[in-house]
Design a binder for this molecule. Structure first.
Ligand code: GLN
Length: 279
């Protein structure tokens, strides 16, 4: 692949990645990064050619993608709620569905209050950073059992200028902050059942500790919900992402909470569970 024009490189790349449904989009994202330009530039400069180093870089990225490595890990970036986040294989790639979780928090809390919010299993820090950004009075605690993930989360907080309002703590769920009180506990915990088949790009590349909960998929909620109950003030909100088909299971686990509700994602699948601590 030497001295190709951008347009040809895109064709070659997209063909190599077919039949993936996103072959063309992925080839385009990789080409944009190789050339250091956005989509509009690519469209208006289809004949601009790649130099040798750029061709080799593009080819090696296309090969990685062809082996199912997520394009976000290749580029080290993912956008979430309008902000750009650094991602590495130590953290789950933020998903568009998880934006509903952020929205659910923002719709329920008063922006002007000095809220104490705890993000359990922060991963890349996407949820905590977006909340810190959107709620300038809030004090965030971001917990994760993975030190490597916390390092990525801290980098993302720095990137978006919110390090002063997020405390990062290594913790198995809420264990490290036992005795503290919060107004909101938010979490996108692992909820995939061990027997579930995931796409190779998820299964082979994303951290299993962030995905798999155990035999039923509800195992982490069984520990998280009572711990959150202890950590919340009366009337405090617990807001969690849930998996496909977990609504009934969650309703059972939240039986002694108030204001239990399930919010659908864009496909109409219940995706977020909300509940308030009863006194
Ligand atoms: N939504 C993710 C997936 O299906 C799972 C995220 C999670 O377990 N929290 O790949």
């Amino acid at each position: 692949m030497t001295a190709l024009a951008g347009r040809e490189a895109l064709e070659v790349g997209a063909r190599r990645l077919a039949p993936s449904p996103h072959a063309r989009r992925d080839a385009e994202l990789l080409l944009m990064r190789v050339l250091g330009h956005d989509r509009a530039w690519l469209l208006t400069h289809p004949d601009a050619s790649l130099n040798l180093a750029q061709s080799q870089q593009f080819e090696s990225w296309i090969e990685r993608r062809a082996r199912h490595e997520p394009v976000q890990y290749i580029l080290g970036e993912q956008e979430f709620y309008g902000l750009s986040f650094r991602v590495t294989p130590d953290v789950l790639i933020p998903r568009p569905e998880t934006e509903h979780l952020v929205e659910a928090v923002l719709q329920r809390v008063p922006a002007e209050r000095r809220l104490r919010i705890c993000d359990v299993g922060t991963g890349s820090g996407a949820i905590a950073v977006v909340l810190a950004h959107a709620l300038p009075q809030a004090e965030l605690t971001a917990l994760d059992h993975s030190c490597a993930a916390l390092a990525v989360a801290e980098e993302n907080a720095e990137r978006h200028g919110v390090t002063g309002r997020i405390r990062f703590v290594e913790s198995d769920l809420l264990a490290a902050v036992r005795g503290e009180r919060f107004d909101v506990v938010v979490s996108n915990p692992p909820y995939v059942a061990d027997s579930e088949t995931l796409e190779p790009q998820v299964r082979d590349y994303e951290p299993h500790g962030a995905l798999f909960a155990g035999a039923t998929g509800l195992e982490v909620y069984r520990r998280l919900i009572p711990e959150a109950r202890e950590a919340l003030d009366t009337g405090g909100w617990l807001i969690m992402e849930i998996g496909h088909g977990q609504r009934e299971g969650l309703a059972g686990l939240l039986a002694d909470w108030d204001a239990v509700d399930f919010l659908p994602d864009l496909q109409g699948i219940p995706r977020v569970a909300t509940a308030r601590r009863r006194s």
